[in-house]
Ligand binder design. Structure first.
Ligand code: MG
Length: 380
């Protein structure tokens, strides 16, 4: 029996997490979302959590009155999410919040000694040092839910000596604009950018896949999760999203994790680790695929990857600045305010705004976030 809090329960990872929880007979102790009253009400009636929270205060009031007949206590605001992250009854927190808003709840959950199943990559990008230091201090495991990082984590189960690990190889689908030139990307629309070939995900991450910022963020995430140097993380474009990532040993032997693209495998593994159970995901038939293809990333067209690599090499608050600039640029693109190619330009400018500071606190990260976002907005 596991008792789980899900932060971001109405999103794509959140709903699939509830699916996994239901199939394994686990208990959802707390559920949180941003402002989706209808969805969260439905989840409260089905899963009967002890606590729930909506970030949006008005939506939280509405939810409170709608579920007054249940035993679920409703919280509001970011403090409400943090309250749910620390719920006494929970042993594990799945963090699938979108964006660096997930950082504070992650740090609070670590402080409360909860096991973290992390789907919120921005947490590690913005505050990697803080998160990993605190997790170590509290002896709390951070289990990856991102498909690539779950793949690496699974491959590493056979690694008995960290010194023998030479490289991590992240696979990237390449997104909807694979093979396109910069010229062809000048006038792409939001709708075209939202048309991902393999994964059905939320809007923010789908745009991040189209710009390949997602792979840059995942590179930074890998550096923190697995303690590798940025120069030892390779990226290979793999259109079919069947090989979820690979590791290479010093003898050049390569281990990969494969499966059909379905997030319920990484979600379930993060919850059942080190055990494995049956899952509702279909079997992989390689013969049906026939062939798997691999390509070098086009770093000139998809500049975000190297901007992120450089940011994490510089360390400190540079990755946080890259993330904040991207969150703002991604939002502005989705709302029709800027062109697609303006996104990498703004991310680059955002990184230049980062204060040069090797050691940082949560307040430094939040301050950098506010400054970079304001700067990006002033450029639009
Ligand atoms: Mg991923």
């Amino acid at each position: 029996m596991k008792n789980i809090s899900i932060l971001g329960s109405t999103g794509s990872i959140g709903t699939q997490s509830l699916d996994v929880i239901k199939k394994n007979g686990y208990r959802a102790v707390a559920l949180t979302a941003y402002n989706k009253v209808d969805e969260l009400e439905r989840q409260i009636r089905e899963f009967k959590p002890k606590y729930a929270a909506l970030v949006d205060e008005t939506a939280a009031k509405e939810l409170s009155s709608r579920v007054a007949d249940t035993d679920t206590k409703i919280y509001s605001g970011l403090e409400g999410v943090c309250e749910c992250a620390c719920a006494d009854e929970a042993d594990t927190v799945i963090n699938s919040v979108v964006g660096m808003a997930g950082l504070k709840p992650t740090l609070d959950a670590i402080e409360a000694g909860k096991k973290i199943a992390l789907a919120n990559k921005e947490t590690l990008v913005a505050g990697g040092q803080l998160v990993m230091d605190n997790a170590k201090k509290k002896n709390v495991p951070i289990l990856p839910v991102d498909s690539e990082h779950s793949a690496i984590f699974q491959c590493l189960q056979g690694c008995h000596d960290k010194k023998t690990l030479k490289k991590i190889i992240l696979t990237a689908s390449g997104g909807p604009f694979f093979g396109k030139t910069k010229d062809e990307l000048k006038s792409v629309t939001v709708r075209e950018a939202l048309n991902h070939p393999n994964w059905s995900m939320g809007a923010k991450i789908t745009i991040d896949s189209a710009t390949m910022m997602n792979k840059g963020l995942e590179l930074i995430e890998a550096v923190w999760l697995f303690g590798v140097k940025p120069e030892n993380v390779d990226i290979v474009v793999h259109r079919e999203s069947v090989v979820h990532s690979l590791i290479e040993y010093v003898d050049n032997s390569v281990i990969a994790q494969l499966g059909v693209p379905d997030m319920r495998i990484p979600i379930q593994y993060a919850l059942t680790y080190p055990e494995r159970y049956e899952s509702p995901v279909s079997e992989l038939s390689l013969a049906d695929y026939g062939k798997l293809t691999f390509f070098k990333p086009d770093y000139d067209t998809f500049e975000c990857i190297n901007i992120c690599r450089n940011a994490v090499m510089k360390g400190g608050l540079y990755p946080a600045a890259a993330n904040s600039a991207n969150e703002e640029a991604n939002y502005q693109f989705r709302h029709g305010k800027i062109s697609f190619l303006r996104i990498p330009e703004l991310v680059r400018l955002g990184v230049e705004k980062a204060p040069d500071k090797a050691d940082y606190t949560l307040e430094d990260v939040l301050e950098t976030d506010r400054e970079v976002r304001a700067y990006i907005k002033s450029l639009i």
